[in-house]
Design a protein around this ligand. Structure first.
Ligand code: PMP
Ligand code: GLN
Length: 406
């Protein structure tokens, strides 16, 4: 087909996806590869996860764990997840009826929205949000109510957090609220929700009989002892109304394996499994065996992971600060969030395009993750889930090619 013919073809994309563009993460990686840029845009490690987990996957394949498994996931993994959940939260969940293995956190989110939310329901999202949430709300026929996460005021201390306004949150809850999505630690800002913030959310969920959907994929990537990760399900009022979601990718550096899970009381699990059955039925069997080995080793492995990531975070934050960025606190995730205004670009896309094409370092322009786009225009997100030499090369290029006011 010629380009002219293509231009006259009606768009085939269904209406429910018409308002969503192509993934900014994939687009920035494409640009980074095209321009030979150091890719600090898309959040994936440029190194492999631990050998013992890879070996466990290969062993499972060799041992013949290669056919469909149960819809809920293989028992060694659902039991490992239930045990880890109990150790971390003090709550016992039944592995056969309250733990579900999914294709990454992405499919866990899809199953939760499609299995538990009805057309006409309202879902509360914080702004900015990971790009999948509004897409799943749309697929479920729900209306989104947005609560802005505001950056700290200019001149606030370096560790000042992004916050939300209590009045905004209270106003977002209505008699149609079905769910609120809490992503902690939060992509893209790096925010870790505090106990007081979660307690306020819990009280409103209880009052409005709403559920909490929690995206905790960065749960093991926190760096500030004053702001540990708190699973929202441990907050009084949320224990029996939370669908807790997470995945293997960030903690164990295997983002391509797409092993995730949902832990929720039985009645909520029934809903999400109803969707999971028809979305995917069951997840890659040998990788689940490897995930079970990973989860069983998580507590021993975590200090090493945190120490390595803390060093990379500190290195990148210090470099960006030296270069003249206003750098926000990074208590969690593997992203440094920064204000690029000192460099004089009109918006995040122009800034990140310049960085990728001319400075040869790719960063993520986050305005597509905002409902109120204007709030994202002065921001850029830098991923530090990269080898130290990659970060060093990125910083060397930034120092050589980027000047305040350029
Ligand atoms: N939620 C958030 C906040 C993320 O950053 C990501 C990252 N990719 C996901 C969900 C998707 O996780 P997974 O790769 O396990 O599907
Ligand atoms: N979560 C990753 C990020 O924020 C990317 C995920 C994706 O590419 N869809 O960069």
């Amino acid at each position: 087909m010629t380009p002219t013919q293509q231009a006259h073809e009606p768009r085939a994309v269904a209406q429910r996806f018409a308002s969503f563009g192509a993934s900014i993460f994939a687009e920035m990686t494409r640009l980074a590869v095209h321009h030979g840029a150091v890719n600090l845009a898309q959040g994936f490690p440029d190194f492999d996860g631990p050998d013992f987990i890879r070996d466990a996957a290969m062993q499972a394949m060799r041992e013949g764990h290669n056919q469909y498994c149960q819809l809920a996931g293989i028992p060694p993994l659902t039991h490992a997840l239930a045990d880890a959940w109990s150790a971390r939260t003090g709550q016992r969940r039944d592995p056969s009826t309250e733990v579900t293995v999914t294709a990454g956190c992405t499919e866990a989110l899809a199953a939760t929205f499609l299995g538990l939310i009805n057309p006409g329901d309202e879902v509360i999202l914080f702004d900015p949000s990971y790009d999948s949430y509004p897409a799943y709300a749309q697929m479920a026929g729900a209306t989104v109510r947005w609560v802005p996460l505001r950056p700290p005021a200019p001149g606030a201390p370096d560790d000042a957090p992004f916050t939300f306004d209590e009045g905004d949150l209270r106003r977002a809850f209505t008699d149609r609220t079905k769910a609120i999505l809490i992503n902690t630690p939060h992509n893209p800002t790096g925010k870790v929700f505090s106990r007081d913030e979660l307690a306020l959310i819990a009280s409103l969920c209880a009052r409005h009989n709403a559920i909490a959907i929690t995206d905790e994929v960065y749960e093991r990537l926190t760096f500030d002892p004053a702001l540990p990760h708190i699973s929202p399900a441990t907050i009084p009022g949320l224990e029996d109304r939370t669908v807790a979601l997470s995945s293997l990718g960030k903690t164990f550096s295997f983002t391509g394996w797409k092993i995730g899970w949902a832990i929720a009381p039985r009645r909520l699990t029934e809903g999400l499994r109803a969707a999971h059955q028809h979305l995917i039925f069951c997840v890659a069997t040998p990788f689940q065996h490897a995930a079970a080995a990973a989860i069983r080793a998580a507590e021993q492995y975590q200090p090493t992971l945190n120490a390595e990531y803390r060093e990379r975070r500190d290195f990148l934050r210090a470099a960006l600060q030296r270069l003249g960025f206003r750098v926000f606190a990074t208590p969690g995730t593997y992203f440094v969030y920064a204000d690029h205004s000192p460099f004089g670009f009109p918006d995040d896309v122009a800034f990140c395009k310049h960085l990728t094409e001319n400075v040869k370092v790719a960063a993520l322009p986050p305005s597509v993750l905002y409902h109120d786009k204007a709030e994202g225009l002065r921001m850029a997100r830098f991923a530090f889930c990269k080898r130290m030499p990659t970060l060093q090369e990125g910083v060397r290029r930034l120092e050589a090619g980027l000047r305040a006011g350029s």
